[in-house]
Design a protein around this ligand. Structure first.
Ligand code: NAG
Ligand code: NAG
Ligand code: NAG
Ligand code: NAG
Ligand code: NAG
Length: 477
């Protein structure tokens, strides 16, 4: 009896590891359809949460809180929790996700089956995006504040190694066989190729379109790597067969995350373009040739940011940073079929297949509602003056209700470089009086004589005090 029991469990173990869990992006035809066991996770910066969603039904199960929401206790000297939930990665077996808190430099590993925290490690400055190596245990972290990757033991916690790369590693991904790691950067126009076993850079791909790469993604076959450049509206398309930049795509203002899906036998690349509220789709049958533009998916959400496909290549999930929502995109029609509301100011989104295997409960343990019950953000695009080079200054204002004070965010675009602007409004009780709310300078260059102000942020009581309709963008000096 004992012997047959042992044989039986060994056989099962083998079968499971031979098959392995397939994660997205996956080659067409190898993964089962979207199932009850799968989950979507989003990293919600302002509510400081991870939202957990069932892709099969679109049900938002709840949120995992990693600390207080913005500006409650975060500035308190006694505050010790995580701040600014941002990037997300996962282990290939579907058992763990890793969340990066960019401001408190925290790497949090969470068990998918019950949403419990497995480990928390403090790493180098600005932990941005990370992934588990193919051992399903060690987490390689892009720490933008330094010139090295931190390697963390995801189960026991603690830093177990470093890899020196170029300036400010942004994200780390692994080749399908797990032998190589790839890192993009924010202070170097290169992608480092790292030998995982020896933890050393073995090659560097140079000539990317910009030194700042916000995000990158690998295709399912591991042959294509697309590195997005948010500051210059471009994507460097890299072949990992010939280790070179094959082409540079002009994708559009505030290009965010890339991802892939295999449709009708061809690899398609997807890139979110935040300022245009859309996701651009390209076909790239051959990794050595430039992709060809196919179509754009109009977002229902505002300012698309993170995106991830289902492993059966039937859906793409697109997160809207400024509407706190996720679009479900049917890839057979390239249309949004459903939009669900999540925690506040989502950044990254990942799809984890087999996160809550059948028979292990409903996966709702340790979930709360932080960030979910708030009023939806208000958005208004302000149009300013048209200047020198026929460029019109605009500002997207987003107002989010937070605890106590509202978050008032402005993205200024097409402004005059090094020129100061204000956004003003009339208050509801004093309609004739115009009150300046924020003043900012367009210091990030964007084309001849033009600049952007990508991250203007203020906290004050707006909702119930000022009128959204009265907001104005004015050049001051
Ligand atoms: C990690 O998980 C994948 C997917 O289930 C599996 O194929 C692989 O064997 C696992 N690695 C180890 C070292 O267990
Ligand atoms: C895939 O093929 C179907 C059937 O011919 C077609 O309707 C669909 O538009 C194709 N999708 C893409 C992205 O080419
Ligand atoms: C994006 O969405 C915002 C908010 O709805 C809107 O004001 C803006 O005009 C949209 N931008 C584009 C290019 O459609
Ligand atoms: C300025 O832009 C408008 C709208 O795109 C266009 O109609 C006009 O011809 C442009 N003028 C110049 C001088 O480029
Ligand atoms: C804009 O300001 C920056 C920083 O002060 C300065 O380095 C740059 O030369 C200025 N550019 C122009 C066109 O004035």
């Amino acid at each position: 009896m004992l012997l047959s029991g042992l044989i039986c469990s060994t056989a099962l173990g083998l079968a499971a590891s031979v098959a392995g869990q397939i994660q997205a992006p996956a080659i067409a035809g190898v993964a089962p359809p979207i199932s009850n066991a799968d989950r979507l996770y989003t990293g919600d910066q302002s509510s400081n949460t991870i939202t957990v969603i069932k892709p099969l039904t679109g049900e938002v199960l709840g949120t995992i809180a990693l600390g207080k929401q913005r500006l409650t206790d975060v500035l308190n000297p006694q505050y010790i929790q995580a701040v600014n939930t941002h990037g997300l990665g996962f282990s290939r077996d579907g058992k763990y996700i890793v969340s990066l808190s960019v401001t408190s430099n925290t790497v949090t590993v969470i068990r998918c089956v019950d949403n419990s925290i497995v480990s928390q490690t403090f790493v180098d400055r600005n932990a941005h995006e990370a992934f588990f190596a193919s051992d399903n245990r060690t987490v390689w972290v892009g720490t933008r504040g330094v010139d090295r990757i931190d390697i963390v033991d995801g189960i026991n916690g603690g830093i177990v190694g470093y890899v020196n790369t170029a300036g400010g590693p942004s994200k780390v991904l692994f080749s399908p066989d797990g032998k190589l790691a790839y890192a993009n950067h924010i202070r170097s126009p290169t992608v480092s190729i790292i030998d995982v076993e020896t933890r050393t850079v073995v090659r560097s791909i140079t000539g990317l379109a910009d030194k700042f790469s916000s995000d990158m993604m690998l295709s399912a076959d591991g042959k294509r790597l697309w590195a997005a450049h948010k500051m210059v509206d471009k994507v460097s398309v890299i072949s990992l067969q010939s280790n070179r930049v094959v082409s540079v795509l002009e994708t559009g203002p505030e290009t965010n995350h890339p991802n892939f899906a295999d449709i009708n036998g061809t690899t398609h690349g997807f890139v979110t373009v935040a300022a245009e509220n859309l996701t651009r789709v390209y076909t790239q049958p051959d990794p050595e040739h430039a992709p060809v533009y196919l179509t754009s998916i109009k977002a229902n959400v505002i300012e698309p940011h993170g995106l991830w496909p289902s492993p059966d290549n039937s859906y793409m999930y697109v997160l809207g940073e400024h509407s706190d929502a996720v679009d479900f995109v049917d890839l057979s029609t390239m249309r949004v079929t459903k939009t669900v509301h999540i925690g506040q100011e989502g950044q990254a989104l990942v799809y984890v297949a087999g996160a809550v295997p059948e028979g292990s409960g409903d996966g709702t343990q340790n979930l709360g509602r932080q960030g979910l019950s708030r009023q939806r953000p208000l958005n208004k695009l302000l149009v300013g003056e048209t200047h020198s080079d026929n460029v019109t200054a605009t500002a997207l204002v987003t107002v989010r209700r937070q605890a106590g004070l509202d978050m008032f965010q402005v993205i200024g675009r097409g402004l005059k470089l090094n020129t100061t602007y204000t956004v003003s409004a009339s208050c509801l009780q004093c309609k004739a009086v115009r009150i300046p709310l924020v003043e900012f300078s367009a210091s990030t260059p964007s084309g001849p004589g033009c600049g952007t102000a990508p991250q203007v942020l203020a906290f004050f009581k707006f909702i119930g005090v000022y009128s959204m309709e009265s907001l104005k963008l004015v050049e001051v000096y």
